[in-house]
Design a protein around this ligand. Structure first.
Ligand SMILES: [Zn+2]
Length: 319
């Protein structure tokens, strides 16, 4: 058996940092004449006033990072930061704000889920002492999914391939190669390229990639994986990875049923052997994911922990 490496979900997340600063050296007047000192104080006052004007008045265009952006909106004597989710699914965002001579008030928790296509006020920043210079910056990270999702433990999953077909588990839960931490409960099935991959559970396609051509045993391929993400009714997301180029058979926004063909397998991304990686995830915060163990209905019975090296046969979807 060849070594099989799996991709992570680098494409599921991103982060941004922006900084707003005002600089005025309060010591700059030392050793100067009273007139010069007064002139510098006035200049400093004007500069800080100008800066606050910039803080309050400048609504820059939102920075987009694929799916999530943060907009600054002047409000009263301060500025509000608005989280915008342009993705077709929930995203969970964690924001960090720090600064000096500012008061930071959280309008919602620092980690919160923003529903598909929505926006929400996240935080309000006001100068503590408007006559003095102040600075602040914010940083945010996000992942797809809902931080409040609770995996439905009673759901039985189909094997992610066509009914009647059998494939060997090349890496199971807690696999020592790559199935730990965020991928603790992922399962890999060794399969020849071009094999039909099917939805293990019904849901809505919320993300996909099919442009990559190759893969390999190098971390540089981690972000170059072809995949499909399917959001389930309980808010968790099923991830199917390593498809061949142009091998995706579904579209974003499409509802798929368990057992429906969604893609053709391949060997793209962080992988040395043609296989399918399947896992179910939900966010822990804007950076980390939780991996959920799932139970499969198979011809060999209900499998709660797919065993490495074992071959399992897929059942058809229940009528
Ligand atoms: Zn895997």
């Amino acid at each position: 058996m060849g070594w099989i490496w799996c991709s992570g979900r680098e494409r599921m997340s991103s982060s941004r940092e922006e900084t707003a600063v005002a600089m005025r050296n309060p010591q700059s007047g030392r050793g100067l004449s009273a007139i010069a000192r007064r002139a510098i104080l006035w200049a400093g006052f004007l500069l800080s006033t100008m800066w606050i004007g910039i803080l309050l008045g400048a609504e820059r265009p939102a920075r987009r990072d694929e799916a999530v952006s943060v907009r600054r909106v002047p409000s009263g004597d301060g500025v509000n930061l608005i989280v915008e989710n342009h993705a077709p699914c929930d995203v969970t965002v964690t924001m960090i704000v720090d600064g000096s001579n500012v008061r930071v008030t959280w309008i919602r928790p620092e980690t919160e889920t923003c529903p598909a296509g929505s926006e929400a006020e996240a935080v309000r920043i006001v100068p503590e002492n408007p006559s003095r210079p102040c600075s602040w910056r914010f940083h945010f990270k996000w992942v797809k999914g809902n931080v409040h999702a609770r995996h439905d433990e009673n759901t039985l999953y189909l094997l992610p391939f066509e009914a009647g077909r059998s494939f060997r588990v090349s890496q199971g839960y807690n696999g020592t190669l790559t199935h730990f931490d965020q991928d603790q409960y992922a399962v890999d099935f060794a399969m020849r390229e071009g094999t039909a991959v099917c939805a293990a559970r019904s849901g809505v396609v919320v993300d996909l990639e099919e442009s990559y051509k190759t893969g390999g045993p190098s971390k540089k391929y981690k972000s170059r994986v072809n995949f499909v993400s399917i959001a389930h009714d309980d808010g968790t997301i099923g991830e199917y990875h390593h498809f061949r180029q142009n091998g995706v058979l579904v579209e974003i926004g499409q509802r798929v049923e368990a057992g429906q063909r969604i893609a053709l397998s391949g060997n793209t991304g962080y992988s040395t052997f043609p296989h399918l990686h399947f896992g179910v995830y939900s966010p822990l915060d804007g950076k980390r994911l939780r991996s959920h163990p799932v139970a499969f209905a198979t011809r060999q019975g209900i499998v709660t922990e797919p065993a490495e090296g074992r071959v399992y046969t897929a059942l058809p979807a229940a009528k």
